[in-house]
Design a binder for this molecule. Sequence first.
Ligand code: AHR
Length: 494
Amino acid sequence: MKLHIDTHRILGKRDPMIYGHFIEHFHRQIYGGIFEPGHPLSDNDGFRTDVIQALNKIKAPVLRWPGGCFVSAWHWKDAIGPKRVPAFDKAWRVEEPNTFGTDEFIAFCRKLGCAPYICTNAGSGSAEEMSDWVEYCNLKNEGQWAKLRISNNHTEPFNVKYWSIGNENYLGGEIGAKSAIEWGRLVCESAKMMKRVDPGIELSAAALADLDWNINLLQNAGERLSWISIHQYWDGLWQKNDYADFQSCMAFTNTLDSQVKKVRGLLAAMDLDKKIRIAFDEWNLRGWHHPNVDSGLSADDYIKPRDLNDENSRYTMADAVFSACFLNMANRNCDIIGMTNFAPMVNTRGLVFTHNKGIVLRSTYHVFDMYVNGLGDTVLDTFTSAVPVLKVRSKEGIPTETPALDVLATLDSDGIIALAAVNKDPVNKHGLSLTWSKEKIPNKYTIQTLSGNNPDSYNDIDRNDAVPGELIVKEYRLEDEIILPPHSLSILRF
Ligand code: AHR
């Protein structure tokens, strides 16, 4: 493949929040994940210090919480103050202890140095409950909720800037599901009340690439929104834990931007594409496994199977290569995608797995590490030719094809040109030749590659088969062809 790099052809500056995260009150993400009071590896606030260290390394920019489906029947007021009342979580049909609430979330975000992003209950909740939450977090001392925060030993406001109204209320299975018409009105009234409390907040609302839903939402509430939220999981494993194989995962990369294209078109048609950005605030190749939520009679039917999400062997180079292609897509669409949130951050299908003696950094964690710490913030538009084609089969067994290579070019403030070069071919290496419009052709570069031993390589408590190799310094000449190994991500810096 030939790639032409022109540092004057700039697509835009990516928002650091495209490397964001999501965590939900589901299974072991909060309790036993980030929050484990009394654990030897936890600090005085009960947070796992090994998790915090790992997330600091990838500069987590924003964290969305508390759900996800969970939030659509949860009441934030049950989880503040000295006396926490456990509640039955009607989304996931387990008891929620409510010992991790707003105050704990803000404390955790401060340890990560990331922006809190709160998703409100637009299922069983109300505009008043949502706006009371903004009072609790952002008012100095006016009214009962700010005064309650102060009485909970938080004198200063939390200043939460990012808020989302609802989670997937378009889905029939979501508690408090809404019609498109109901949704437009609810978001309008909720946004009005929340912005009356703090006009400085940036609001999003649950959406998807559906014309009817989005037209109602944007006609009713568009003037009060800064974001529109979309979600996607490609390998749907909620009921059946039948993982797509490597080549099927590569077939999924053909639809990375399907929703983005549609939402972008609608925002442009409504003259909102310069005002509202996309928050792709839940994404993962793998859907979470939580079978029989509506029908499970016993814990074995619907709670125990959730443990299967924690099998580290499932998070292979397929997940890493797919995630790298997604982040390439997000960078290329940086003019309209301002935030993405990997779902979730810890345990379930997350970047980091916790166990009693420490953590496992899954293959996808290393992708974030390589992108956040290896690429620049200015995204370049590149011209490619002679792109090798990879023939694959979809999960349904339908033959299709996809470009074997996916290469993103970026520029940083020091003039460093960095490439994220992905080889989706599970078997063959492929060459990458570069042409430059740059006056001075570089004469050396560094390269670091994540490839594993095979497409199914993974990391676990007792193995590290999917970790980046050494950083290598190489001489460079214009006629060189850079070899990209099969099933790999390489970061090249010139
Ligand atoms: O499978 C987990 C769920 O996926 C999240 O709670 C929800 O937001 C999405 O549908």
